[in-house]
Design a protein around this ligand. Structure first.
Ligand code: CTP
Ligand code: CA
Length: 224
């Protein structure tokens, strides 16, 4: 009901969002993942839908219900997330990369479960880098308005702006990862060319609504 009264700041906009972790297999029963819960990305998908947008959510493995009215596509690996995004990004107005994408995967996934050996020799893995989904979208000839997220564990002020410039996106939302993963609240800072804006700690639902408002007012004006 409350959403009915909210201004439809994203009416007729198409929004693509990635959320959650990725899972990179090592063998048929094991893999590498991270502590992202997907809550922030799902809250943003819900908030964007309530703001009138047509929302496509590409989700890694998470235990969350699909927000009402949102089109959800489930993926497992970074490569699958990349491929789903590159397919869906055509005609999008906004891309919000919230997913905690694994930076590396093993170069050869074992076909069989890796077993302990009699001599107790430890397995070793060779890693290769995963595609950078946000950077790939930002490099498109006509990119949507790209928003990145950064979960840092150290100096957020320095790393946030450095990362925004490196990814070539107009807006990057930074937080301190260990203080938000899995939690229901979050404290973020907005990095953009003009400087940094800190938002007060809030629950992820409220924060998502605020962030959607902040994104909406930064969109290039396409009205006739
Ligand atoms: N991202 C992405 N694809 C990747 C890695 C990151 O789309 N392969 C996106 C994330 O969704 C996020 C932003 O890029 O919006 C920043 O992710 P982060 O992991 O903080 O950046 P990295 O460039 O991977 O740097 P770091 O070495 O700090 O992990
Ligand atoms: Ca990373």
């Amino acid at each position: 009901i409350a959403s009915f009264f909210q201004p439809k700041v994203l009416a007729s906009r198409r929004v693509l969002i990635t959320a959650g972790p990725t899972f990179e297999p090592l063998d048929p029963v094991r893999g590498i993942t991270n502590l992202s819960s997907g809550k922030m990305g799902f809250a943003l998908a819900r908030a964007a839908q309530q703001a009138g947008a047509d929302v496509h959510l590409v989700a890694g493995p998470v235990a969350l219900d699909t927000p009402w009215g949102v089109f959800r596509e489930d993926v497992q690996t970074a490569q699958q997330m990349h491929d789903a995004v590159m397919q869906a990004v055509v005609d999008c107005d906004i891309f919000i990369a919230v997913a905690a994408v694994a930076d590396w995967r093993v170069d050869h996934v074992s076909v069989h479960k890796i077993k302990k050996t009699a001599d107790r020799k430890m397995p070793s893995f060779t890693f290769v880098e995963n595609p950078d989904i946000l950077a790939a979208v930002a490099k498109l000839p006509h990119p949507p308005f790209c928003v990145g997220f950064a979960a840092e564990s150290g100096n957020l002020d320095v790393n946030g702006e450095e990362k925004r410039v490196r990814k070539n996106v107009p807006l990057l939302i930074g937080n301190l990862g260990p203080q938000t993963f899995g939690r229901d609240d979050n404290e973020v800072a907005l990095f953009e060319a003009g400087g940094v804006t800190k938002l007060p700690r809030a629950d992820k639902t409220t924060l998502a609504q605020t962030l959607i408002g902040e994104i909406a007012r930064r969109l290039p004006d396409t009205s006739l």
